[in-house]
Structures are given as structure tokens and as C-alpha cells.
Design a protein around this ligand. Structure first.
Ligand code: NAD
Ligand code: MG
Length: 385
């Protein structure tokens, strides 16, 4: 029985994780849950999975929970400290990191410091502080199991092979809802159109990231740290069918890929049950019905976020944290109808341009850069520049 702490349990990934747990109750148990919103869903989850500890954002939310769960409530904790307590819960054997955004960094690091293996969905943890996080994991003997489908594919294609034989990683990208939209039309697309991903149903922030292709940029940085390869050895192919989840090219020209229907339960279950595989009840991949798999290079002119991410990765230090924070602010403004779609890369670009980067030796430097970038991005957004 593996005991799990699940951060961000009410989100798209959190719900899928709990579906996997519910399907295999003899394998997994839940010791802690955390939610930033959606108390109704959280209450249902608490009643079903009976965690020992639950974290919510505010004292007001904690009070609401206590009232609803009058009989035998779990221990309820609050705020960032509460997230950290759940992430490092003494009974947890693995912590699932599925909060969205840079807010996931501090609790994920707390779990690593406490020696918990991590099932990592929160890519922003590695984007903002990859070097620090990987060094801490190595010091603590902690393993990070990717939940992101591309990284799970690469993880699987690397199993049993020598890292020194790898020539290149190829991340696949669906291309999102605007894969074929002309540049002139991109300026007018609405949040509703951007949220309508062709292949995956996901949280709002990552859906917009998929539409701008910043998601793939963040994933390049995530791959750099997870697999310890430079950005120059990580390429991106547009693959609209989302069947080949990513590939590893070896020195001899062999390319190993992992395929499957686009359902996050597959990479989630592998992260939770590694090295075993559980018999998930999903429709099988029917390649004959799909018939054709296609690949194309990404279009840098229509999707400048990808190049911005490569640029931040090359710059190193605090630059990726700045890229990420500016992106979070820009996405939020776009969803709120305050900026247009193509303003997202413009705001990130402007913020990165103004940033005077520094080395990262401590988490505080990352948090300071994050805060600075949010301030800069918000100023640009409110000035309408
Ligand atoms: P989501 O918005 O659906 O859920 C996020 C969860 O985090 C919710 O439980 C929310 O309440 C909580 N949360 C948000 N902000 C918080 C804060 N400040 N403090 C505490 N809790 C907070 O997001 P998602 O789509 O499930 O994505 C989660 C992470 O997984 C992201 O980093 C995303 O990039 C990554 N990911 C998601 C998918 C997917 O299919 N959804 C695929 C790959 C990777
Ligand atoms: Mg992904």
C-alpha cells in the first residue's frame, strides 16, 4: 500500500490522480489533500478518501470545512505552511505535486526536503528552480517521477538505456487550438477559443499555455532538468494527433517513442506505481483506426513563446523564473479580458529584457525574481503598452 499526499487535489490532474487511486484501493491510500479552491469538491474527496490532513488557503475556508465535516474531520491546516505540512506529512511515501504555477514550488521543495518521492505534474517547480530542486533531490535521495505526458514518455524510452548514448530528446506538441490559425487572426482570438484544446481537457492556465505554446517551452526547461541534457539537445515536433507522447534519439540513430491515447491517467499511474504497470481501464490505442500520424516543425513567428523559453533557459540563473512569472501574469490578464492573445509573448519578452539576471543559490533568489517579474508584468499590462 503506497500512501500519498496530493497537492492540488481539486484540479484537473488532482481529480485524475484520485480516479487512479479509487480504481486501485488495494495499492494506494491518501494521507493528505490540498486545495486552493472548490471546497465542495474537496469535501467530496475528504468523505471518499479519508485523509489525515487537509490544507486550504484561508482560515475562513478552514472554518467552513470544519462546519461541514462536523463528525471526525481531518486535521485542517492553512496557507503555505499548511501546504508544506501536507507535502511533508510523516506518513506519506510519495507526494503528488499538482498545484498549478509557481505556487507549487515551495511545497514541492518541502516534500523533497522531507525525503518524499515526487510524482511531478507541477512543471513550474523545475522551470523556476530546476538546478536547486534537482540538487536537493540528489542530496535527499529523492526520485522525481514525471506526470507530464511528454516527460513520462521520455522517462519510459530511457529505461534500460545508457544516458551517455542519448543524442537528443524530441518533445511532441499538439500545436493547440491555433495550430493552423494565421498570425493576423491570432490577435483577435478569445479566451473561450484558446481554452478549447483539441485533444486534452486540462486546467485553464495550462490550456492557455498550450494555445501560445509556452507550455512546450516550459516543458523544454522541465526536460533539461529532469533528464540533465542541455537545451540544444531538446527539440520540439508538432504532432497534432497527440499519440506519440515524445521520443528519445540515440547515437546510433535509433529513435524510441512511447505511444498511447491522450489520457493523463496513463502517465499518472506510471508515476504512482513505477516500476510496475497497473491495468487501467482505458480504451486501447487503435493505430489502424487513427491511420496517420504526422509531424512538423513549430512555427516560430506565430508562437514566439517557445523561443522565449529557449532563450531564458540559455540565460540561466533567475531568467526562467522571470519567464514563468511574467507568463502567469500575462495568462491571467488574457483570461480576464485585459490583454489580447499576442500581448502574452510581448509582455514576457519585455519583462525578460528588463531583467538583470543573477545566479540561483537559494530559493529566496527565485522567489524574489518571481515577485519582481510579476510587478513588472503587471505594470506593462496596466499601462496598456
Ligand atoms: P488546475 O487549475 O486544474 O488545478 C490546480 C490545483 O491547484 C487546484 O486544486 C487548485 O485549487 C490548486 N491551486 C491553484 N493555485 C493554488 C495556490 N496558489 N495555492 C494552493 N493551491 C492552489 O491545474 P491542472 O491542469 O491540474 O495542472 C496542475 C499542474 O499540472 C500544472 O503545473 C500543469 O502544468 C501540470 N500539468 C497538467 C496537465 C493536465 O492535463 N491538466 C498535464 C501535464 C501537466
Ligand atoms: Mg505535457
Amino acid at each position: 500500500m503506497k500512501k500519498l499526499a496530493i497537492l492540488g487535489s481539486t484540479g484537473s490532474i488532482g481529480v485524475s490522480v484520485l480516479e487512479v487511486v479509487a480504481e486501485f484501493p488495494e495499492r494506494f491510500a491518501v494521507v493528505a489533500l490540498t486545495a486552493g479552491s472548490n471546497l465542495t469538491r474537496l469535501v467530496e474527496q475528504i468523505r471518499h478518501f479519508r485523509p489525515a490532513m487537509v490544507a486550504v488557503r484561508t482560515a475562513e475556508d478552514a472554518l467552513k470545512l470544519k462546519t461541514v465535516l462536523a463528525v471526525a474531520p481531518p486535521e485542517i491546516v492553512v496557507g503555505v505552511e499548511g501546504l508544506m505540512a501536507c507535502a511533508a506529512h510523516p506518513e506519506a511515501q510519495m507526494t503528488v505535486s499538482a498545484i498549478v504555477g509557481a505556487a507549487g514550488l515551495v511545497p514541492t521543495l518541502a516534500a523533497i526536503e522531507a525525503g518524499k518521492d515526487i510524482a511531478l505534474a507541477n512543471k513550474e517547480t523545475l522551470v523556476t528552480a530546476g538546478g536547486l530542486v534537482m540538487a536537493t533531490a540528489a542530496r535527499k535521495g529523492v526520485r522525481l517521477f514525471p506526470v507530464d505526458s511528454e516527460h513520462s514518455a521520455i522517462f519510459q524510452a530511457l529505461e534500460g538505456h545508457r544516458k551517455s548514448d542519448v543524442r537528443r530528446l524530441i518533445l511532441t506538441a499538439s500545436g493547440g487550438p491555433f495550430r493552423t490559425t494565421a498570425l493576423a487572426d491570432l490577435q483577435r482570438v478569445t479566451p473561450e477559443q484558446a481554452l478549447a484544446h483539441p485533444n486534452w481537457s486540462m486546467g485553464r492556465k495550462i490550456s492557455i499555455d498550450s494555445a501560445t505554446m509556452m507550455n512546450k517551452g516550459l516543458e523544454v526547461i522541465e526536460a533539461r532538468w529532469l533528464f540533465d541534457l542541455p537545451g540544444e539537445s531538446i527539440d520540439v515536433h508538432i504532432h497534432p494527433q497527440s499519440i506519440v507522447h515524445s521520443m528519445v534519439e540515440y547515437q546510433d540513430g535509433s529513435v524510441l517513442a512511447q505511444l498511447g491515447i491522450p489520457d493523463m491517467k496513463t502517465p499518472i499511474a506510471y508515476a504512482l506505481s513505477y516500476p510496475e504497470r497497473v491495468p487501467l481501464k482505458l480504451p486501447p490505442l487503435d493505430l489502424c483506426a487513427i491511420g496517420t500520424l504526422t509531424f512538423a516543425p513549430p512555427d516560430a513567428a506565430r508562437f514566439p513563446c517557445l523561443a522565449l523559453a529557449y532563450h531564458a533557459l540559455r540565460a540561466g540563473g533567475t531568467a526562467p523564473a522571470v519567464l514563468n512569472a511574467a507568463n502567469e501574469e500575462a495568462v491571467d490578464a488574457f483570461l480576464g479580458g485585459r490583454i489580447a492573445f499576442l500581448d502574452i509573448p510581448a509582455i514576457i519578452h519585455a519583462t525578460l529584457d528588463r531583467h538583470r539576471g543573477s545566479e540561483v543559490t537559494h530559493i529566496d533568489e527565485v522567489l524574489r525574481a518571481d515577485l519582481w517579474a510579476r510587478g513588472e508584468a503587471r505594470r506593462t499590462i496596466s499601462s496598456g503598452a
